[in-house]
Design a binder for this molecule. Sequence first.
Ligand SMILES: [Zn+2]
Length: 451
Amino acid sequence: MDRICRWGFARLLSGLVAGAIILPAVMARVAEAHEVLALHASNLRWHAPAKSLTATFLGKDEKETAVLVLKKAAVFGTEVSIQSDASAITIVSGDSLRIAFPVDPAPDGAVSKVKMTGGDQPALLFNEKERARDRGKWIELVESKEKNVTIELANASFATVTFEAKALDQGLDATPPTPTAAQGAPGAVARTPGASGGADTELLHTVTPAQLRAASDAFANGVSRTCPHCSGSGKVTVSVQTGTRQEGRLTRPLYTDETRQCDRCRGTGHLRASDEVLNRLAGTFLKSLSSLKQDDPKSQDAISDAYKMITASMVGDFKTWTLLTENGRSILSQRTPVPGTPVIAKALIKQSYPKQNGKRLYLVEIGGTDKLVLVSDPVSADELQSGPALIGGLVESAERQTADRRAIAIVSQGFLVAPPIEKGWYWWWWWRTDGPADPPARNGGGFARPN
Ligand SMILES: [Zn+2]
């Protein structure tokens, strides 16, 4: 376990060192930096460097539907060329608007040309021809408020999509300046109690390793600290009057020492902070992690300790991860969470994406909800493809949608930790049921087994 921990910790370190610096660049690369591709999880399957006029599908051997989400403002009025072995090309907008074109197979893939025009003369040309029956649908697509248009390639194992240079220019013109986190999001809702901090996500990397360690220790102590009243024994010795003794004319009380359960900690020997305090301490910890001075030689040790704390005090404690997850859910369910709000939640990994610039991205579903979150460049103790993990990070202002219009929140600068423990243990077991009917008592920071 120690080896795995260290390895995970090395990943955590590399993730974090790069995290704040490269991660925004990765996210930008996926979306903003490419003027034609929208910021969308589907596009993570495409290789499309900034300023490149091509997007190449990162397909596998088996055939699948390749989905590319483009900015309307960029591609409208230009021709998009698609070379692929797909059997059909479908232009998609919203839930139900679909315009499909069958593609005749060709050796090394057929080349299809799609020209999408909006404005006063809306037209959709497929290989330079317009189909009369698509006209109404196309006008509907042009006039819809959707900012993106999706191209689906059915049964594709490879695809290369080529744009005109004009599309890049149009995309650049249409890209609004990215609001800095310090400005906050327009229409931001009130901060959730317990989610300390808020829109102050300018990551200045001013947190020292000692400060991170302090924040980590504070959380661990919040989860469980030795009861000062009984020094952790759970028992206190009290003198109890058991009677009196007559000494001449004096009546003296008689005392006996009695051992009783400590009423401060109810005999557990440990005290736990209130839920509100724990949520606040978790937020402080996450913010410290994300703003750590990475060039400090001691940062690696501090991250190592932080990783251990996450596995022991967050993952390893039933009451704690359920509390954090509940809080994380409520933040993520807000229409516009304040950017930079720290979020921690237990989640199920739905998909991990190919590395981009050495960084990993994970699509996860928050436990007990159908909320999707894109976790950018997390740590993991394993090359995780699936299964439960505790995720943490700061909410980004951007939120995206899947092809079927499920909202995807983006959480970055954090962690993704799956405990290196036996699968029969409680943490894993929780996922095989609808949740615990009878949660086991915490066991002092270890991993609780199911009953
Ligand atoms: Zn006590």
